[in-house]
Design a protein around this ligand. Sequence first.
Ligand code: FAD
Ligand code: DLZ
Ligand code: SF4
Length: 525
Amino acid sequence: MSNERVLRFVLGDQLSRDISSLNDARPGSDVIFMAEVMQEATSVRHHKKKIAFVFSAMRHFADALRKEGFEVDYLHLDAEGNPGDFGRALAAAVERNGPSRVVMTEPSELRVLEAAETWREELDVDLDILADTRFLASHEDFVSWATTDSGRQPKTLRMEYFYREMRRSTGYLMTDGEPEGGQWNYDSDNRKALPDSVSIPKRPEYTPDSISREVMELVANRFGDHFGDLEPFDYPVTRDDALAYLDWFSAEALPGFGDWQDAMKQGEPLLFHSHLSPLINCGLLGPRECCDRAERAYREGQAPLNAVEGFIRQIIGWREFVRGVYWMKMPDYGEANALDAMRPLPGFFWTAETSMNCLSQAISETRTNAYAHHIQRLMIIGNFCLIAGLDPRQVQEWFLIVYSDAYEWVEMPNVVGMALFADGGFVASKPYAASGAYINKMSDYCASCKFDVKQKGGEKACPFNYLYWSFLSENETTLRKNHRMGLIMGSLGKMTDERLEEVRADSQRFLGSEEMKGWDNGPPG
Ligand code: FAD
Ligand code: DLZ
Ligand code: SF4
């Protein structure tokens, strides 16, 4: 055995014991380096709860490694002489520890990967950047799928076909080479509205320990002017708590995950969703173990097939797919604006002060929890951004700031591709645009709204109603080319000029109103 000393640099979203940079780590000779740095904590003005979660999970991960016998060189944000960025912090760690080489797993975002490539040039020792094998599909796997006949369409990729390949290669919910139950996808069973009689499972809460409390104090002092509520802080931050939470979810919420996946209810931010994304994205849980646990729930009769298939599809399908798209389309993807949307983000995205109840609920829950579930993100907030023509760059920044699971590799394709159709249909086969009728069908928000969801025009009418038609009309030339929009564009074509004029006038009045005023001073606290 060589006595070389390797410095293993672990980032805040790499908190997995089985990560490639730690695979062959040896206690006693290697040293693990982790760093809290201002540059990362302020790369955007992250929600307070996200910073507290990431720092607390990092500190707990470092402690677990120490318990295993590793030497961990951990740089606290407030440590004297903290240089404030990864590059200089790493250079100082190399000088302190005198390793023969440095090893790290590739950063999940291009911004940090590019920086890492410069560290490689600048450091006095070799820096090896290893693949992130926590993802099920490598970059090469994805590109190879996307550029062969099974993936390629003229200008688009379809997640469903990628997902089927992933089912085959992982074997999840496969029996004798066939999909369990005879269908690949049970999504059509997963769009039920939620009746009042269904009771929603109560989540376990994880009381902050001394490490979390210390971090919360740090966040309150240093990032007190960032968006969002720091308290209550009840996220799991250790590996053991994350595993216990996965068990809880699989037994208690997963059974209802399918049926009510698209439902929304006032005052119920989670319903049957897992809230696992912050834990998976920072590495406390692996995507495979989440799918293994869900499949076990199905095999043992704890959860039905439509729920388990839906959950596994989100992880081995959507999550892997968006990561593939990000790396395939960067660096230009963030600038995409196929529909030329230019309107500034309204101030109510930071205050939640809007008379549109659905948006007010989704944004205030986001402010409290650093979380909103997928349908709130896509069909309330994203849908509004789409039909109101909000600037994709500003929308991306907002989504990256406000959610505790937000990292550019996953946020960007969801915002640019799925919600805003800003990539012209590379990710989504048609824009996810909807009028108030959809929101009324899937939620109880409209009952408490000042607007009337049934009215199509005038001051009392639900803004989603006229903005929807105005969006279709403004983008008519582009959207007519999309065959999945044929039916609705046909209805647009049948609208009288007079009705279209009303739609435009209502939209202009609303978009020019005080409520839609932009925020002048950047993301507020
Ligand atoms: P569940 O509904 O319980 O789903 C289970 C898991 O599947 C999630 O934990 C997540 O790991 C995965 N998943 C589900 N949908 C997606 C998806 N579309 N893309 C990637 N993974 C998915 N997800 C993020 O992790 N980070 C983001 O920054 C993010 N931004 C989004 C922005 C917009 C506009 C939209 C429409 C979606 C975004 N998503 C993002 C995807 C999705 O909304 C979240 O993953 C999900 O809401 C997380 O909550 P959950 O863990 O309760 O998910
Ligand atoms: C999200 C985040 C924050 C807020 N701060 C840090 C930090 O100080 N140190 C760190 O290693 N990671 C942090 N992270 C997670 C990183 O943003 C994430 O690891 C990289 O962006 C991946 O590209
Ligand atoms: Fe939202 Fe319109 Fe319903 Fe109000 S009426 S909650 S604005 S969909």
